[in-house]
Design a protein around this ligand. Structure first.
Ligand SMILES: Cc1cc2nc3c(=O)[nH]c(=O)nc-3n(C[C@H](O)[C@H](O)[C@H](O)COP(=O)(O)OP(=O)(O)OC[C@H]3O[C@@H](n4cnc5c(N)ncnc54)[C@H](O)[C@@H]3O)c2cc1C
Length: 411
């Protein structure tokens, strides 16, 4: 009854569990899956998120598996360099930017949570179906799996929905919310074992959405054969899309044509795509920001609260920042209702700005500017197209909105 009930053992739920445990606040995590398996492909953790994970004592563990990303590098579809800037420590941040396999990140969080809080604090095969609250507590209802038989009701001081993009609790609070908003861009994602390219720790963005854009970055240190695990996402404007599902298989034939001529000295893109372990397909969707997340003793966190299009490397990071803010609010307020309201106050507006900016001016706006100003033709020199100051301003503007400008992190 004294526990904070966390629904979902993804990135946000596990980070919240760790942060609450560190604050001495009892919690239990209930996860729908029967077993937590290292699913997904690449994720980026920007310095504001790695700062929080470092505070939880996880930086060294992350550094052993992840890539400390060194630079963001932008090319047009002819392979011409548009802009390069240092990232993480190389850019003067106190904490690194990590590019990591989502499964590696989830397992590091999971192992730390089980070791610190105890194995009995995580319960699998519990799919939340809704919450009911009264003045003294909240009942969280579970079935044995999605659409399965009703299982048990667990009572706690507060319930935190960390159940991702298809959150059951969000649906309970906002039953009339429409379908996710399709951006008009479809994504195909995968990982390929390949030799290190560029700096060996570069985050590459190339091309533009109308003809085909690629995001490419390594997510695991090289193994004995010298190959890294390299994450890639192909993004192309496409009128139709299929329902979002992290595990939906995709086909290279459906998009590889857009990259048929991409033979660069730093990468043969078609060969690289063909060598992928597997291909996943996912529509670039988000949802309109909500007017509120907290309802008495229940609130939303991470993708359940603010699903965003993945154009700023901020999905996982914002869930981590939510977790930190909520743990602090619960530590400062004995009354969970006041704590959840304070958490919403701190995080709702900040994440709303990011959701909206990801639609219009994420970091890849640099590629859009060059695409439009050159009419999608090769340039003689980039300075004829866009000044260095403009490129810096586009990049820095996003950092300020997303809360990881160097000035913001210093304060
Ligand atoms: C299988 C999977 C693969 C992903 N792959 C990628 C990827 O490759 N790249 C990327 O950028 N992002 C990926 N994501 C999303 C990414 O983890 C999130 O965008 C981000 O980290 C925010 O985390 P979150 O904790 O809010 O959500 P998530 O990390 O999605 O975690 C949600 C958790 O809640 C559980 N859950 C769902 N419904 C219920 C329920 N009703 N009751 C109990 N538990 C429930 C889920 O099983 C999951 O463990 C993936 C998510 C999932 C679930």
């Amino acid at each position: 009854m004294d526990d904070i009930i966390i629904v979902g053992a993804g990135i946000g739920g596990l980070t919240l569990g760790l942060a609450l445990h560190a604050a001495g606040i009892p919690c239990r995590i209930f996860e729908s899956a029967a077993e937590i398996r290292p699913i997904g492909v690449g994720i980026n953790l920007l310095p504001h998120a790695t700062r929080e994970l470092a505070a939880l004592g996880l930086e060294q563990t992350l550094a052993r598996v992840a890539i400390a990303t060194e630079d963001a590098t932008f090319f047009n579809r002819f392979g011409q360099l548009i802009y390069r800037e240092p990232l993480g420590r190389g850019a003067g941040y106190e904490h690194p930017q990590f590019s990591i396999h989502r499964g590696d990140l989830q397992m590091i969080l999971l192992d730390a949570f089980l070791a610190r809080a105890g194995h009995d604090r995580l319960v699998t095969s519990h799919h939340c179906t809704g919450v009911v609250q009264d003045e003294s507590g909240v009942d969280v209802h579970f079935s044995d799996r999605a659409g399965g038989a009703s299982l048990i009701t667990v009572r706690g001081r507060a319930a935190i929905a960390c159940d991702g993009i298809n959150s059951a609790i969000r649906k309970q609070f906002f039953p009339d919310e429409g379908e996710p908003r399709y951006s008009g861009v479809n994504m195909w994602r995968g990982v390929t074992r390949w030799q290190p390219m560029l700096s060996g720790a570069s985050m590459v963005r190339a091309g533009w959405l109308s003809h085909g854009k690629m995001v490419i970055y390594p997510i695991r240190q090289a193994s004995d054969d010298g190959l890294q695990l390299i994450n890639w996402v192909a993004e192309i404007e496409t009128p139709t899309y299929r329902k979002r599902d992290w595990n939906r298989a995709g086909r290279a034939e459906d998009f590889i044509g857009a990259f048929a001529d991409w033979h660069f000295d730093w990468l043969d893109v078609p060969a690289f795509i063909r060598a992928a372990d597997s291909v996943l397909e996912f529509p670039m969707v988000d949802q309109d920001p909500l007017p509120r997340w907290s309802f008495g003793r229940a609130t939303l966190l991470g993708d359940a609260a603010h699903p965003m299009v993945p154009r700023g490397s901020n999905g996982a990071g914002q869930a981590i920042l939510d977790a930190r803010a909520l743990a602090s609010a619960l530590l400062e307020n004995g009354d969970p209702v006041a704590a959840l309201a304070a958490y919403e106050q701190q995080r709702l507006e900040a994440t709303t700005r990011i959701v909206l900016t990801n639609r219009t001016n994420p970091p890849d706006a640099i590629l859009r500017e060059v695409f439009e100003r050159t009419n999608d033709r090769p340039f003689a020199t980039i300075d004829d197209v866009i000044s260095h100051q403009e490129l810096v301003a586009l990049s820095e503007g996003y950092k300020r909105i997303a809360g990881y400008s160097k000035e913001a992190l210093r304060t």
